[in-house]
Design a protein around this ligand. Structure first.
Ligand SMILES: O=P(O)(O)OP(=O)(O)OP(=O)(O)OC[C@H]1O[C@@H](n2cnc3c(O)ncnc32)[C@H](O)[C@@H]1O
Ligand SMILES: [Mg+2]
Length: 173
């Protein structure tokens, strides 16, 4: 089975690889392509983030024609309780069925709102905040704000589990 991933971000690629490796399926092949998300580089709502995940899954499916494609997208959402990190994923199979799943949510400092509104990406705001480089490819905002207890790969892996589980359920029913 070959699986296409709509990003070159190692946190996303490793989340997909590690989660599919839990299946009994042998001869798995993975291909990752940096396809457009079709939404802002910094999505600002659940709706936009979900759309980005779906667009990535669709775009990489078109390009690679795999058995399955996966799109993962990170964003922020403004709630009555302030700014939250949000993440969404989408999986598309050969028959064109689409599966979607949302990830864990945690609050972000409200002081992040202004730089994000000005057009900075969360990845850059995180690097400045944590005084680190490339947080987006490594532990992610979720890793920083959970004291390393859950990192970005693990958070995305949970979304991929939700996607694969729904796909398998629909094949059985
Ligand atoms: O190469 P791609 O796949 O685009 O990977 P990315 O890190 O840019 O990830 P997204 O486009 O899915 O995320 C949208 C924006 O939100 C940022 N972001 C989202 N979640 C993050 C996290 O946990 N840690 C750091 N940055 C995050 C990210 O850097 C982008 O600016
Ligand atoms: Mg991006």
């Amino acid at each position: 089975m070959n699986v296409a991933i709509g990003s070159k971000n190692p946190a996303k690629i490793n989340a997909v690889k590690e989660t599919f490796s839990l299946l009994e399926e042998k001869n798995m092949e993975f291909i990752s392509v940096d396809v457009p998300s079709g939404v802002s580089t910094q999505p600002f709502s659940d709706e936009e983030t979900l759309q980005g995940a779906l667009n990535r899954a669709k775009n990489v499916f078109e390009k690679v024609k795999p058995d399955l494609s996966v799109g993962l997208e990170g964003g922020v959402d403004v709630t009555s309780r302030g700014l939250f990190l949000c993440n969404w994923g989408a999986l598309i199979d050969k028959d064109g069925n689409e599966y979607i799943a949302g990830g864990a949510r945690i609050p972000l400092p409200n002081e992040f709102l202004e730089p994000l509104k000005k057009g900075l990406e969360l990845g850059d705001v995180m690097d400045a905040y944590a005084k680190k480089r490339n947080v987006r490819h490594r532990e992610g905002a979720i890793g920083i704000f959970t004291n390393g207890f859950i990192d970005r790969k693990e958070m995305f892996a949970h979304i991929v589990k939700l996607l694969i589980g729904q796909y398998q359920f629909s094949k059985k029913n």
